[in-house]
Design a protein around this ligand. Structure first.
Ligand code: NAD
Length: 336
């Protein structure tokens, strides 16, 4: 079991140890009703296990449709209504049990219902386990773009059990690998090199990716400086997701193309060395995160204007100076 601490919560990384979830929860929350927000896939796989493990609580499940479209105001509204109908009170507890979509949605519900409720992240996808469950960012998408409504709202704890990854489809595993590759590129060359040599996903690899996220969040919890480096590949990535109505490409696939586009932008500006591009491209092809012919940046420029990283003076764009070393510059659309 690997434990990491954040200023206001602990992160536990474990394998097949759901009882420990019960123990952690019991220490945090002594009442009975527990409100578990999840999606249909995760519910079908794990509702029995969860009900059994958490049998000392009265578990109320709120189940949303799987996929990015559930990070919407419409689903938020229906989740809040279901919670109210099931009798949720301000001192009750919410579990966000699922991938990054459920984590962002349930976290936003917890941040806003009754002006804030206690909740925990129990991520079940690789992407959520190595990235989205950490750092307290919760959000919904609007028609105008991704994550445009949101909050910084820390959970009481994050419980990561790699056992859940056994039922995760291969495409979803690769989707999560994209965020691990990104973590290596922006901050940890050894992590990147390890993935190039050996693609095995194990707890050591996941812990290294978590460390990258954790260190950046600790330095800059509110995304004013260093934390922005985590957005490497995301300016174009979010544009790609939006342009294809969040259906054709998974988040990790979209940011994979986005990372190549960001490398190209860095090369055009003379900041990114040219030798990184072919190495990254091959790695992304190997993990089936991209296919040829590649998407082209010029086709997505018009979708960038509503990205939340855009400020009045331009776009905070993340560039790579070397593997393991990222920087940012304020660019105008014509620089891309
Ligand atoms: N808050 C943050 O800091 C942050 C960071 C990165 C990404 N994100 C967000 O995360 C989202 C993407 O997360 P995601 O890739 O996990 O998507 P997701 O939540 O849609 O999960 C992907 C798919 O895997 C399924 N799934 C999840 N766990 C499973 C399991 N154990 N077994 C079988 N199926 C399982 C889900 O039902 C879904 O179909 C995006 O909305 C992105 O914006 C947020």
């Amino acid at each position: 079991m690997i434990k990491k601490t954040m200023p206001t919560y602990n992160i536990t990384l474990t394998n097949q140890n759901l009882e420990y979830l019960h123990d952690v929860l019991k220490k945090t929350y002594q009442q009975k009703p527990l409100f578990i927000i999840t999606d249909k896939n995760v519910y079908d796989f794990y509702q029995q296990d969860l009900k059994q493990t958490l049998s000392s609580f009265t578990c109320h499940f709120i189940v949303v449709e799987p996929g990015e479209r559930s990070k919407s105001l419409k689903t938020y509204h229906s989740v809040i209504n279901s919670l109210m109908e099931k009798g949720i009170k301000r001192d009750h507890f919410i579990l966000a049990f699922g991938g990054g979509v459920v984590g962002d949605l349930a976290g936003f519900v917890a941040a806003t219902l009754f002006r804030g409720m206690r909740y925990a992240q129990v991520p079940t996808s690789l992407l959520a386990q190595v990235d989205s469950s950490i750092g307290g960012k919760v959000a919904l998408d609007l028609e105008a773009g991704k994550n445009l409504v949101g909050a910084f709202y820390d959970p009481c704890f994050v419980f990561i059990d790699t056992h859940f990854l056994k039922t995760l489809p291969k495409r979803e595993k690769n989707n999560g690998l994209a965020e691990i590759i990104k973590a290596g590129l922006i901050k940890d060359k050894a992590l990147f090199d390890r993935l190039v040599k050996d693609p095995t996903i194990d707890e050591t690899l996941m812990a290294k990716a978590l460390d990258v996220k954790r260190d950046l969040v600790l330095k800059d919890p509110y995304d004013q400086a260093d934390r922005m480096l985590l957005n490497f590949g995301h300016t174009f990535g979010h544009a790609i997701e939006k342009a294809h109505q969040y259906e054709t490409y998974k988040h990790g696939e979209a940011i994979s193309y986005g990372m190549l586009m960001a490398l190209q932008t860095g090369m055009n500006l003379g900041i990114t060395p040219k030798d990184i591009y072919p190495i990254l491209k091959q790695l992304l092809l190997d993990f089936e995160l991209i296919t040829e012919p590649l998407l082209e940046a010029k086709d997505y420029l018009k979708y960038i204007k509503n990205d939340k990283k855009n400020l009045s003076d331009g776009i905070r764009f993340i560039l790579l100076e070397a593997i393991g070393k990222a920087t940012w510059q304020t660019l105008r659309a014509c620089d891309l």
